[in-house]
Every structure is written in C-alpha cells, then in structure tokens.
Design a protein around this ligand. Structure first.
Ligand SMILES: [Fe+2]
Ligand SMILES: [Fe+2]
Length: 190
C-alpha cells in the first residue's frame, strides 16, 4: 500500500503540477476529516479526494488527444469548458491509468465539478471538500465549512446555489446536473 501510494503521488504531481497536487492533498485531508466525522469509508474517500483533479493535465494538447483516445463524448455544454472536461477525463484516467475500479470513487471524480442528483456519500464528500479545503477563502466559505460538518446536504445545496449565481453573473451556461442536484436537495430540505 505504501509503495502504491508513493507511485500515485508521484504520477499525480508530474501530470497536474505541484500547486494542483498540493490542492489535491488538501482536498484529500479534508475528505478524511469529513469521512471520520460522518462515519464514511476513509480509505475510499481519501483516494477519491486525492485523484479528483487528476484530469487537469498540465499538457493541454494531451487532454485533447486523450479525449479522442478514450472516446469521451463532449456535448455542446462541455466542449471548450475546461472546468467540465477535466472531471470527465479524470474519471477515465483514474480508471485506466491509476487502476481505480470502484465505481463510487470514479463517480466522485466525474461529478466533482457539477454535482448531480442522487449523489452517493463519497461523491458528496469530495464535492464539498473541494469547495472548503483550507486554502479556499471566498466570502461565506466559513459558513459552508461549518455546515459541511453539521449537515452535508445543506452545505452542498448552498454551494450549488452560489455556483449557479456565479455562473449567471458571469453570463455562463449552467450544467443541468447542477440544477437537478440543487432542486433535489431543496425538495429534501422542505
Ligand atoms: Fe476539479
Ligand atoms: Fe479541485
């Protein structure tokens, strides 16, 4: 396990760069904290957190090549949107290059940017850990951080809503998975 871990860390650092790698480690640590707190499987959550951005390759040409090689279908929404592409590519890289077979871990990587309806516990933890890792300092982050330990669904709802607001203000498209996920959590809360 130790050997394997060192290999994963090395490969990740080389492919996404040192800063992104450090972010990934902070997300992993936040995932572990949240998993301990909520009683979720720590090992699986940790690896999902560590690999969540493995598709954010430094080599941009390689991204396009791999999308082709892996037959990843990019719809109009995803095309030219690096934020969305890195999550789809990340899932495939985790499967093919990091040897991850656990579908819940793969889904956590695939949906970490948009969220979606019916998120599993590993997906939820990775989604929110990416938002609240210690270096995040947007206005209101402290509230979402506290919420994530008390009521993880509520913290995801808030975070999805601020993402939606942000995208509207920027004049950007909003992925349907985010809207569906937000609507479902809102209904649950009522
Ligand atoms: Fe990401
Ligand atoms: Fe991230």
């Amino acid at each position: 396990m130790e050997m394997e871990n060192r290999w994963i860390h090395g490969k990740l650092k080389d492919s996404i760069g040192y800063d992104r790698y450090l972010h990934s480690v902070r997300v992993m640590e936040t995932c572990i904290d949240l998993a301990k707190h909520h009683g979720y499987p720590i090992e699986r959550v940790a690896i999902a957190g560590l690999l969540h951005d493995c598709g954010r390759l430094l080599d941009k040409k390689k991204i396009l090549k791999l999308i082709k090689d892996f037959d990843i279908i990019l719809d109009n929404m995803v095309k030219n949107n690096e934020e969305l592409i890195h999550a789809l590519l990340g899932e495939e890289l985790a499967r093919r290059e990091y040897g991850i077979e656990d579908e819940e871990i793969l889904n956590a990587i695939r949906y970490h940017t948009t969220g979606r309806e019916d998120m599993g516990s590993i997906e939820k933890i990775v989604y929110i850990a990416d938002v609240i890792e210690p270096n995040r300092n947007f206005p209101g982050v402290e509230d979402i951080r506290n919420m994530a330990y008390k009521d993880i669904d509520k913290s995801i709802l808030h975070s999805m809503e601020s993402t939606i607001r942000f995208l509207i203000d920027k004049g950007s498209l909003i992925h349907l998975d985010t809207i569906k996920g937000r609507n479902q959590l809102l209904k649950l809360k009522r």
